[in-house]
Design a binder for this molecule. Structure first.
Ligand SMILES: *Cc1c(COP(=O)(O)O)cnc(C)c1O
Length: 483
């Protein structure tokens, strides 16, 4: 096991310094003369004093301990950890974008507004929707915004609909968003093949149905083939359909949520549209809506007036603002660059390749690991550790063993309705060679389970720290340095 690194504070020696400051060109003053005594420290801050080289090595070392798509294969199901092309980073740093102030006069930021307007048009086209708002800053935030729109729509029609139907396979954010929106959740069971149980849906809909939230392809990586019938059942009851677009990487340019009957969708730009994620933000979760919901969109809305772009705040039915200014603009710029670079054919090809890659992984591993569904998958596949159970090996152990081989593990124990799930999403950006190496390692782990399961149940062995008690790490985090 590699030794844990010293803290910067432990490296420090009095008198060392990482910077050379230029000579002072103003009269020198002591802090006592400049700052009232009550604000002055009694004891100097215990800042580390290190040389520039020590500083450089320290942070470079730390950066190499992080795992990201730039360092290796990251098949985290439902998260679409695709490569982030570096031209997106370049473009987002153009000074006209990066240095613009959100309170600048409209006339001085016409280019930025045009970019917002254009991304909205592209996403509306990809989703089959009539309008898009770029304001929400995460998928979950898009869900909350979308549900608020649905609520406003029903209220405006004088209907008090309070129930949101959510399949038991849904991502946890779906019921959470409904609860935060003050709506009640009705959970419906899935069929044995992971699809929506039509009878259960028929029994669940009624005069109080506000919406059905659905992910398609579902969180099991399966396309919901009865979607037309599902949409009809919900619409006939007066409810609306919400599309969780986290899995849109399977469908771009092939099928559109709007054509499937959905009324509101969110996209995760940080998943499908290649903007970086994994460190907790910033993200972007724009929502698209059908015509009837446009009056309720968050303000401001970017509108075209002749050849000028304008931020329209005069929307009497709007739900208001859901984020400061216009959302995470820098992320939107990256998505713009991505969409323009790929074009319609490129986006379609991405989805086709993502589906092909997932099916390749599934086909190569389904003899070694249990595959709970007999169908082709979409952009991600589910396997389980059922075959390894008799050897005492669980899914968590397999995930930890993958760390020893230098891979980020797939998503595990999600979706909740599959016991011991391993959810693998390779994305379209990985080469066949990378997939083959990963497949080779997964097969090796299946062999180890037969021959010496302790290699897996005691993993990881080669990482900076061994197996962590994750519950304690989350409940009693130690985040403060003590002298
Ligand atoms: C990621 C994800 C979400 C939530 O998106 P965030 O951007 O993380 O808030 C919702 N549903 C599904 C299926 C997801 O995979």
């Amino acid at each position: 096991m590699r030794k844990a690194k010293a803290l910067l504070f432990e490296l420090g020696q009095p008198g060392r310094c990482a910077v050379d400051l230029p000579q002072c060109d103003v009269p020198e003053e002591t802090s006592e003369n400049l700052i009232p005594a009550k604000f002055l420290r009694k004891v100097p801050a215990a800042l580390p004093e290190v040389s520039q080289q020590d500083l450089m090595r320290h942070y470079t070392g730390l950066s190499q301990r992080n795992f990201g798509v730039d360092s290796g294969f990251y098949p985290l199901g439902s998260c679409t950890m695709k490569y982030n092309p570096k031209i997106n980073e370049d473009v987002s740093r153009y000074s006209g974008f990066a240095l613009a102030h959100p309170l600048q006069d409209e006339s001085t930021v016409q280019g930025a507004l045009e970019l917002l307007y254009n991304v909205e048009q592209y996403l509306a086209e990809i989703a089959g929707m009539d309008a898009v708002s770029m304001q929400p800053v995460a998928g979950a935030h898009g869900e909350l915004t979308g549900l608020k729109l649905i609520r406003a729509y029903h209220r405006h029609r004088g209907e008090n609909r309070t129930k949101v139907i959510v399949p038991d396979s849904a991502h946890g954010t779906n019921p959470a968003s409904a609860a935060v929106c003050g709506l009640d959740i009705v959970e419906i069971k899935s069929n044995s093949d992971g699809s929506v149980d039509i009878e259960a849906l028929k029994n669940a809909v009624g005069q109080d149905t506000a919406a059905l939230m659905l992910t398609n392809p579902s969180t099991l990586g399966m396309f919901e083939t009865s979607i037309k019938e599902i949409a009809e059942i919900v619409h006939d009851a007066g409810g609306l359909l919400y599309y969780d677009g986290a899995n849109a990487n399977a469908i771009m340019g092939i099928i559109r949520p709007g054509d499937m009957g959905f009324d509101v969708v969110h996209f995760n730009l940080h998943k499908t549209f290649s903007t970086p994620h994994g460190g907790g933000g910033p993200g972007s979760g724009p929502i698209g809506v059908k015509k009837d919901l446009i009056p309720f969109l968050p303000v401001p809305v970017v509108v075209k007036q002749g050849d000028r772009l304008h931020l329209d705040e005069e929307r009497p039915l709007s739900i208001g603002k859901v984020h400061a200014f216009y959302g995470n603009f820098g992320i939107i710029v990256r998505a713009y660059a991505y969409i323009r670079a790929l074009g319609p054919d490129g986006l379609k090809q991405s989805s086709q390749d993502a589906v092909l890659n997932a099916n390749y992984v599934l086909s190569q591993l389904k003899d070694d690991y249990y595959a709970p569904f007999e169908r082709f998958c979409m952009h991600e596949c589910i396997l389980t550790s059922k075959n390894q159970k008799s050897a005492g090996v669980r899914t968590l152990d397999i995930a930890k063993r993958l760390l020893d081989y230098g891979y980020h593990p797939p998503t595990i124990y999600f979706p909740l309705i599959v016991e011991e799930a391993l959810m693998i999403e390779p994305t379209e950006t990985e080469s066949k060679e990378t997939l083959d190496s990963f497949i080779g390692v997964m097969r090796k782990i299946a062999e180890e389970a037969k021959e010496d399961a302790s290699l897996i149940t005691n993993a990881p062995q080669t990482t900076v720290v061994g197996r962590l008690d994750e519950a304690t790490a989350a409940r009693k985090p130690v985040v403060k340095w003590k002298a």
